[in-house]
Design a protein around this ligand. Structure first.
Ligand SMILES: Nc1ncnc2c1ncn2[C@@H]1O[C@H](COP(=O)(O)OP(=O)(O)O)[C@@H](O)[C@H]1O
Ligand SMILES: CC(=O)N[C@@H](CCC(=O)OP(=O)(O)O)C(=O)O
Length: 294
């Protein structure tokens, strides 16, 4: 038997305990806009998700699309503005966000999964009241002479409730839900929600076994720039307070914390630009990236 064949057989055997552990369980995967680099990588992502489903895992995909929104805003000569990883979203920006996330990115991912042989259904948080939201209150940190100041982020929302009914129905029929991070407010209006936060809230509501965040860095780095392979829940706040975790990494670790608090066993932050990143993370002993545990 050629060595190549034996190596493949070994990989399959290595995955056996994980196949047993994951069978029938929900895994929530957040597919960040920075990980949607080229067609080959996107196709590999779709194949990974389909493979998961074929072997009995129940994947739920929540996607981002920050860079894709920025490209569109650029065409309209609108400069993006972020505060602590959140896009300041006025009415006009909200229209662009919804158009790009729901109308373009969501449908592209759904079509790709279906084209590759899966069964995906695209949803926004407004469908079936899936992701209910309210305006996000963000405070600038207090200084010696100034109390914490309220920052107005416009139509940026935070999740108040996830309605799992629609997701459960789809999962029972073996559909892969693909969710755009637009939520619905009490007044029926759209809210722009950071996709990491949506993924964390959905993972907690579905009591997912794992939350996997695909991004464009190897994982969380310490103050020396080295990859941290495991972060315990209580280390998250100090790492943010010390300024080690900044910008777009803040909503990521916070959503992992919310997911762990909600009963998710483990969260992973991994480099989605690496081919078959999800499979490497969940089916090999060593894994890649940073794992966050309770
Ligand atoms: N401690 C840290 N470790 C790794 N990345 C960090 C850290 N602090 C801040 N970051 C930044 O967070 C970014 C990831 O967030 P973001 O760009 O919002 O990703 P995505 O589009 O995948 O949601 C990284 O590219 C990096 O610049
Ligand atoms: C409030 C807020 O910042 N919303 C994000 C939603 C998309 C997102 O989160 O995309 P990534 O995961 O690719 O960064 C935004 O407007 O960019």
């Amino acid at each position: 038997m050629p060595n190549d064949g034996i190596a493949k057989a070994k990989v399959l055997v290595e995955s056996l305990p994980y196949l047993r552990e994951f069978s029938g369980k929900t895994l929530v995967i957040k597919y960040g806009g920075h990980a949607m680099v080229d067609e080959e990588l996107k196709r590999n992502f779709a194949l990974d998700v389909i493979l998961m489903q074929y072997i009995g895992i129940r994947p739920v995909v929540v996607h981002g699309g920050g860079p894709q929104i920025n490209r569109f805003l650029g065409k309209m000569q609108i400069e993006p503005n972020y505060i602590q990883g959140m896009r300041v979203t006025d009415g006009e920006t909200m229209d662009v966000v919804e158009m790009v996330l729901v109308g373009k990115v969501n449908k592209e991912i759904v079509s790709l999964i279906n084209h590759c042989g899966g069964k995906a259904v695209g949803l926004s948080g407004r469908d079936g009241d899936l992701v209910q939201a309210k305006k996000m209150d963000m405070h600038a940190p207090a200084t010696e002479n100034r109390p914490p100041e309220l920052i107005d982020l416009g139509r940026v929302g935070e999740v108040t409730r996830v309605n799992p009914e629609l997701l459960r129905t789809l999962q029972e029929k073996d559909f892969i839900p693909v969710i755009a991070p637009v939520g619905v407010g009490g007044d029926g209006q759209a809210f722009n929600i950071n996709a990491d936060l949506v993924a964390g809230a959905i993972a907690a509501e579905l009591k997912a076994l794992k939350l996997i965040l695909l991004t464009d860095v190897a994982g969380v780095r310490n103050s020396q720039g080295e990859l941290i392979s495991t972060i315990y829940r209580e280390q998250i706040d100090p790492l943010i307070a010390e300024g080690v975790i900044q910008g777009g990494m803040i909503p990521k670790v916070n959503c992992c914390k919310a997911a762990l608090n909600g009963g998710v066993s483990k969260a992973h932050i991994i480099d989605g630009r690496q081919e078959h990143a999800i499979l490497l993370e969940i089916f090999t002993h060593t894994g890649i990236g940073t794992e966050l545990v309770a």
